[in-house]
Design a protein around this ligand. Structure first.
Ligand code: PLP
Length: 368
């Protein structure tokens, strides 16, 4: 097999090897079908089986109750930023409350402001988006249609340790960089969504889990591709869906069920992996600085800095020499970031930890 490196990219990110191997096999011909997964009709019985199995896997892993629809949409997470307010705020005299904890929730908030009434329930700017709010810091408007959060801010590596209290108002949540990394309490959500290319599969599909009363509340005067109602009525087959991406979500969730069984075990594994890195950071006496405040640290994205930009450049270069790739931070903030989604094996995290310790030992005398 060709050499594979440890890819710490925030997305598109590493996929589980068994899922890639299965896809490689099916790329020429699906067993019993004689056509590639890239060639089959989205209306075929084969694809119907695939999309139903993907949904079934998601329902099982996330414990999704029957009063939710599971939709497979396109347009990435970004389309949801606009679609959510278009369906639930446009022309209404009630607001939604937005919790701004970093780049992605800020963008979602700005897009919603174009469409309807938005109330900012909390904004983390004062501490440079290094934490999530405590429940008593949230200023939620009681008549809000929903409370919007990004459960894991991919760029800052800041996450909610649990769902915030909203006084019974449903959460609408962008979980793009952490869906399937830990259990969730679905009863708290109106909408829970994630683009696939972080933790679920390749780019091209967005999983939208939406409560049926939200679907029913959608207006009838939206273009069909922007309407959850029309999408749900056609079971995600309003137009040609991203067949391959949906198929990969099925393979990735098959792997999770086979390998872990449930999300509690996935969460334990992720916690253990993330702590390998956080422990090193905490042990190196300030050489590595984590962006996220204690209590808000992500298990999926660890954003950190070194004492100087020169050392950061050196760090990234030497990391690649050890097969540790894509550790640079987001272009908007710089620094370093290790994204360690479900598919990043423990061995990859151990290799990164060992490298970080060695790099510290060799360069600690340069600590400013
Ligand atoms: C990557 C990401 C997005 C953007 O996803 P696209 O599919 O590129 O639109 C949005 N929100 C979060 C939390 C992300 O990690």
């Amino acid at each position: 097999m060709v050499k594979r490196v440890y890819n710490f990219s925030p997305g598109p990110a590493m996929l589980p090897l068994p899922a890639l191997e299965e896809a490689q096999r099916d790329l020429l011909a699906l067993p019993g079908v004689g056509m590639s997964i890239l060639e089959i009709s989205h209306r075929s019985a084969t694809f119907k089986g695939i999309i139903e199995a993907a949904e079934e896997n998601l329902r099982r892993l996330l414990n999704i109750p029957d009063d939710f629809e599971v939709l497979f949409m396109q347009g990435g997470a970004r389309l949801q930023f606009g679609m959510i307010p278009m369906n639930f705020l446009r022309g209404k005299d009630r607001p939604a409350s937005y919790v701004v904890t970093g780049s992605w929730s800020k963008l979602a908030c700005q897009e919603a402001q174009l469409v309807g009434q938005v109330h900012v329930a909390w904004d983390g700017k004062a501490t440079n988006y290094d934490r999530v709010p405590s429940d008593d810091q949230l200023d939620i408007k009681p008549q809000s249609a929903y409370v919007y959060i990004c459960s894991n801010e991919t760029i800052g590596g800041v996450r909610f340790p649990r769902e915030p209290e909203t006084g019974g108002i449903p959460l609408v949540c962008d979980a793009s960089s952490e869906l399937l990394s830990r259990p969730v309490d679905m009863s708290r959500y109106g909408i829970l969504y994630a683009c696939a290319q972080k933790n679920l599969g390749p780019a091209g599909v967005t999983v939208v889990i939406i409560r049926k009363d939200f679907v029913e509340a959608c207006p009838d005067d939206l273009p069909s591709m922007l309407s959850y109602k029309k999408f749900a009525a056609e079971k995600s087959l309003l137009n040609t869906p991203p067949v391959f991406a949906v198929y990969m979500v099925k393979l990735v969730t098959d792997w999770l069920i086979r390998e872990f069984g449930d999300l509690k075990r996935v969460a334990d594994y992720n916690e253990e992996k993330a702590n390998l890195i956080y422990d090193v950071i905490d042990r190196c006496g300030g050489f590595y600085q984590v962006h996220a405040a204690p209590g808000s640290r992500s298990t999926m994205n660890i954003a950190f800095r070194l004492p100087t930009q020169e050392l950061e450049k050196e760090f990234l270069k030497q990391a690649e020499a050890r097969n540790l790739y894509n550790l640079q931070g987001h272009r908007s903030v710089g620094g370093c970031r290790a994204s360690i989604y479900n598919a990043m094996p423990r061995e990859g995290v151990v290799a990164l930890r060992d490298f970080m310790l060695e790099f510290f030992e060799e360069n600690r005398h340069r600590l400013a």
